[in-house]
Design a protein around this ligand. Structure first.
Ligand code: Q0Z
Length: 306
């Protein structure tokens, strides 16, 4: 990790009754303490921060309410997907400091695989396709371009990279080797169905979900949907009315941030390796508004800040 990056662990708050376990780029993980003060082994507290990542940097300016918006969106999706797959949510009764942006969950045996599905071609999938017409072993039709819709969602698993590194595509045979044929097939089936269901719901609200990354865990003999689901941080959301295959699509949530960072106004050189500057209020406000808009359009609910 770049030395100019904030230490994610340092960004995690001290929560009485919980032990800090781990921090990702934008979220923190805690274990509830039992009566004897020992970390419980059956539950975790997942806390979403207001941190935003762009061009692989954690920006120093937090986006107010981002963590709450994404947590509420994930919870809404878990309900929408409940008939497809059980999920890890136990309770939203959490410490006041993290109210609205934390969820108490079942601690699962996580699959060592990032389960990715793609409904539109872009990013790493596009680069694989351009090399030989396949993505993750699936032969795709000729003539697809950046942003093309795929005939149906495909499963393109990746390895779980350590923090600061990028996930690598993982051949399906390696998934089978890691988790067994039955679990691999079920993870593939569920991941593609989750994206298909997500797009059925989102398309009616003017949002396309190009691709998504989900995580599953095992509890006994059932596969359980864990982590966050169908949020702008785990998925590429595109405004449907601007969809135009043939070039990079605008990102629903991060467009203003990226545009400003690469504009002369920011004074930042993406190639410099330096941390990006703080965001001006206008960029921050417009970005916050996009997260809220995604939540409100998808759920039909009004976002109410804690
Ligand atoms: C999720 C992550 C981070 C947030 C572990 N239900 C579960 N059982 C066991 N482990 C996990 C879950 Cl969700 C689990 N992550 C990713 C890291 C903050 C989520 F720092 N890691």
């Amino acid at each position: 990790m770049t030395s100019s990056q904030p230490d994610a662990a340092a960004a995690a708050v001290d929560l009485p009754g919980y032990a800090h376990v781990h921090s990702g780029k934008v979220r923190d993980l805690y274990a509830p303490l039992d009566a004897a003060g020992a970390p419980r082994d059956d539950q975790l507290l997942l806390v979403a921060s207001d941190r935003l990542s762009a061009f692989d940097f954690i920006l120093e300016t937090p986006i107010p309410d981002k963590g709450a918006v994404l947590t509420q969106l994930s919870l809404w999706w878990f309900e929408q997907l409940h008939d497809l797959v059980p999920n890890h949510v136990v309770s939203t009764d959490v410490p006041a400091q993290v109210a609205g942006r934390a969820v108490l969950v079942r601690r699962l045996e996580m699959l060592p695989v990032e389960c990715v599905a793609r409904a539109y071609l872009t990013g790493g999938g596009l680069r694989e396709y351009q090399a030989d017409g396949h993505v993750s072993g699936v032969r795709l039709p000729d003539g697809l371009v950046d942003g093309s819709r795929l005939p149906e969602p495909i499963f393109t698993p990746s390895t779980k990279a350590p923090v600061g590194e990028h996930d690598q595509p993982m051949p399906y045979a390696d998934v089978v080797a890691a988790v067994g044929e039955r679990t691999a097939q079920r993870a593939k089936d569920l991941t593609t169905r989750i994206l298909a269901r997500g797009n059925e719901i989102a398309a009616a609200r003017g949002i396309l979900i190009a691709d998504t990354k989900v995580e599953f865990g095992i509890d006994g003999d059932e596969l359980v949907l864990a982590d966050e689901v169908l949020t702008p941080d785990s998925s590429r959301f595109w405004p449907a009315d601007q969809w135009e295959p043939g070039h990079t699509q605008p990102s629903f949530d991060k467009e203003y941030v990226r545009e400003w960072l690469i504009s002369p106004a920011s004074g930042w050189d993406k190639a410099s390796g330096q941390a990006p500057p703080p965001l001006p209020d206008e960029v921050l406000e417009r970005t916050r508004a996009k997260y809220v808009e995604a939540y409100e359009r998808l759920t039909g609910r009004t976002f109410v800040a804690g």
